[in-house]
Design a binder for this molecule. Structure first.
Ligand SMILES: NC(=O)c1ccc[n+]([C@@H]2O[C@H](COP(=O)([O-])OP(=O)(O)OC[C@H]3O[C@@H](n4cnc5c(N)ncnc54)[C@H](O)[C@@H]3O)[C@@H](O)[C@H]2O)c1
Length: 243
């Protein structure tokens, strides 16, 4: 399996949980040192992993990652499109470069990896693809995160299209929409006491989520226990969005 953005945070938790259950995990990150750190950490726990550094928003680098998987394993059973960035800016001040970088990283990268994985999974007649979206792309406007929300809403739409198209090949595609999870991405938010107080107040379970609480849903979605489940965007947000 391949996890993009596995150098830290939710991606690392997903990689660890799947490896714990016996998967061979390719650990992608645009930051090669982070990918390597994750490899060493997980290998020290006795897990089977390989580092797969590269920018998943770049078609050539994505092709190289899948070529490497072909050479070593010749198949891919699970793809987790997790890599993401979250620039903070008002629409009025948003730079075009940041807008494009966000759409490319959060949405186009998922298309590129899904295309590569989908071709291989179609030949296998089986596979599971999970897109890590966000409540921002489904039901919860954030604030000053227009490119992020647009990219994640696009990812939810792409998930449903892919699920519809790939169903004929035995490939299931789902999205996971986390609320606020304790990772480096949300450090700035967690360091802002008044925003944190507001979030806690609005979350029925009265706490932020842990990366493992996202990965456990991914484990189920990728397993045969979810064999009749495709095209759904799942909230993991402590009950903040119940639709
Ligand atoms: N943390 C949250 O509260 C939260 C909530 C909802 C959704 N998400 C989503 O979950 C995913 C993981 O979030 P996180 O909190 O673990 O973030 P994070 O910033 O802690 O980790 C993201 C990783 O992705 C890597 N990455 C960024 N761009 C990349 C690229 N082009 N190619 C390969 N790797 C790249 C980064 O180097 C980083 O290691 C993201 O898609 C994020 O939008 C997070």
């Amino acid at each position: 399996m391949l996890v993009t953005g596995a150098g830290r945070g939710i991606g690392l938790a997903i990689a660890r949980d799947f490896a714990r259950f016996g998967a061979f995990v390719y650990l992608n990150d645009v930051d090669a040192q982070r990918a390597e750190r994750s490899r060493i950490l997980l290998e020290e726990s006795g897990y089977k992993v390989a580092s797969a550094p590269g920018d998943v928003a770049d078609p050539e680098q994505v092709a190289q990652i899948f070529d490497a998987i072909d050479r070593r394993h010749g198949r891919i059973d699970v793809l987790i499109n997790n890599a993401g960035i979250e620039p903070v800016s008002s629409i009025l001040d948003h730079s075009f470069e940041d807008w494009q970088r966000t759409i490319n990283t959060n949405l186009t990268a998922a298309f590129l990896c899904t295309q590569q994985a989908g071709r291989r999974m179609r030949a296998q007649k089986k596979g599971s693809i999970i897109n890590i979206a966000s409540i921002a792309g489904k039901s919860q406007p954030l604030y000053l995160r227009s490119a992020y929300a647009a990219s994640k809403a696009g990812l939810v739409g792409f998930t449903k299209e892919a699920a519809r198209e790939f169903a004929a090949y035995g490939i299931r595609v789902n999205a996971v929409c986390p609320g606020v999870i304790i990772t480096p991405m949300t450090e700035h938010l967690r360091n802002t006491p008044d925003q944190m107080a507001r979030w806690r107040q609005e979350i029925p379970l009265k706490r932020l989520g842990r990366p493992e609480e996202v990965s456990s849903l991914c484990l189920w979605l990728a397993s045969d226990a979810a064999s009749y489940v495709t095209g759904v965007a799942w909230h993991v947000d402590g009950g903040k969005n119940m639709a």
